[in-house]
Design a protein around this ligand. Structure first.
Ligand SMILES: *Cc1c(COP(=O)(O)O)cnc(C)c1O
Ligand SMILES: [Zn+2]
Length: 427
């Protein structure tokens, strides 16, 4: 790899289509360069490999970005490729919806919900990371793709593989929610249910990647996968009129999203697209699996793995790969970690639905409940402009809110019966 080849390719972009090539990687910990490769871990120090961008590449202005299609590729200068992407060209640009009611309830100036629950095509933010990973797989000539998943990644990989006409091998804990399993199986991948926790599945998938040479999106393609999350930060900034919020609350599983949001916000500022302070970042987990929050609370540097025990299955990673960097970001940004009980998360799903008309999955319940707790503990100021990230859709995890049906009457199709109900309800 040389910086000059990157510059040359980037500068020819508008005239001739350049074939897709992944950027080279370097170790974030020791600096060792690794070339463009389907590997995520430094062979010398086991640190994470990260894509290397040419600092002299040409970057677009706000106006130039505004003219591009509304997908995450409008920020392609910050995605880890040269040349044109070939898969998932239409992913990203999810709604940012303001909620004055929640702002009033929390005592902050303004509050928005970033709705990756409405991500195309599989209703979670995992569509973003799969978009960069599947293009990396294509460029490396890896035909079979796969993942270790807590549910949403399984949905996103299975759908992307189906669209790209690739075989997929998807490994999940055997006892995931029915919605997550069916919303994977319907795309006809090879779905393998593993008797064990996500952390067992993840260890198995590291061996699978080695043995079969497949493109496991969050294992050997992780360096390319994670960069997709940065686009959520660029979208938030652009949708606010190229401004930064003062605080952002996100759910945490492996800790990648929190870490990459920071990277995205600071790259947008470095590029002159936004100015001012980066937001305080808050990370949410469930009490029954909160290794990153507990690490941030202790303030030390040693993550203590946990055995998950929570209904927030999409966040149930006991030994998170990016846990240490995530906890550092929470603390260094002036934010914090917050954990909540399963009872609180279910109440928060219902509160969100009632006050905003949005149905979030258990991870959204965790995030909303954590936001309420942070407000009660005085973490927000009256002048704060807060973005709460809702990363997955509630239709995939209906189990915890099924008892909302208990109150629903069933009647014969007769107006008399409706009248009786009306009389009853208004009595
Ligand atoms: C995977 C996932 C997350 C967290 O992702 P990490 O980057 O692993 O921290 C958050 N919300 C939902 C719904 C997810 O599926
Ligand atoms: Zn290293």
């Amino acid at each position: 790899m040389t910086a000059t080849t990157i510059t040359a390719a980037a500068s020819t972009r508008p005239s001739a289509p350049v074939p897709l090539a992944p950027l080279p990687l370097a170790c974030d910990a020791c600096g060792r360069t690794a070339g463009a490769t389907p590997q995520a871990i430094c062979p010398d120090c086991l640190g994470p490999l990260e894509p290397v961008y040419d600092p002299n590449r040409r970057l677009p202005s706000r106006e130039e970005i505004a003219r591009r299609p509304r997908s995450l590729w409008r920020y392609h200068e910050w995605l880890p490729f040269q040349g044109e992407p070939v898969h998932a060209l239409d992913v990203g640009w999810t709604p940012l919806v303001e909620s004055p009611a929640l702002a009033a309830q929390l005592g902050v100036a303004r509050l928005w919900l970033k709705l990756d629950a409405h991500s195309f095509p599989t209703l979670s933010f995992k569509d973003r990371v799969v978009t960069t990973a599947i293009n990396a797989a294509e460029a490396f000539g890896l035909d079979v793709i796969g993942c270790a998943s807590t549910g949403n990644l399984a949905n996103a990989v299975a759908a992307a593989a189906a669209r790209a006409g690739k075989p997929a091998w998807i490994f999940v804990p055997h006892d995931l929610e029915l919605g997550k399993l069916v919303a994977t199986a319907v795309f006809a991948p090879t779905l393998v249910r593993v008797r064990g926790t996500y952390d067992d599945v993840n260890r198995l998938c590291a061996q699978v990647a080695d043995r079969f040479g497949w493109g496991m999106v969050n294992v050997n393609l992780r360096a390319y996968y994670g960069e997709g999350s940065k686009t959520m930060a660029f979208e938030i900034a652009e949708q606010l009129g190229w401004r930064l919020p003062t605080a952002v609350v996100t759910p945490m599983a492996g800790g990648s999203l929190v870490t990459k949001l920071r990277k995205g916000f600071s790259e947008a500022r470095d590029a002159g697209l936004v100015s001012g302070d980066l937001p305080r970042q808050y990370g949410a987990q469930a009490d029954g699996c909160a290794p990153i929050v507990r690490l941030a609370e202790r303030g030390d540097e040693i993550l203590v793995p946990e055995i998950p025990q929570t209904i927030a299955r999409s966040l149930a990673i006991g030994n998170p790969a990016d846990g240490l960097s995530a906890s550092r970001i929470l603390r260094n940004s002036g934010g914090a970690g917050q954990r909540v009980s399963d009872t609180e998360l279910v109440a928060a799903i219902r509160l969100l639905a009632r006050t905003t008309g949005l149905f979030a999955e258990t991870a959204g319940g965790v995030t909303m409940a954590a936001t309420l707790r942070l407000a009660a503990a005085g973490h927000f100021r009256p002048s704060d402009e807060v973005v709460v990230c809702l990363t997955g859709h509630g239709l995939k995890t209906i189990e915890p809110v099924q008892d909302t049906l208990l109150d629903t009457p069933t009647i014969e199709p007769r107006i008399r019966e409706v009248a009786a109900l009306v009389a009853n309800r208004t009595a």
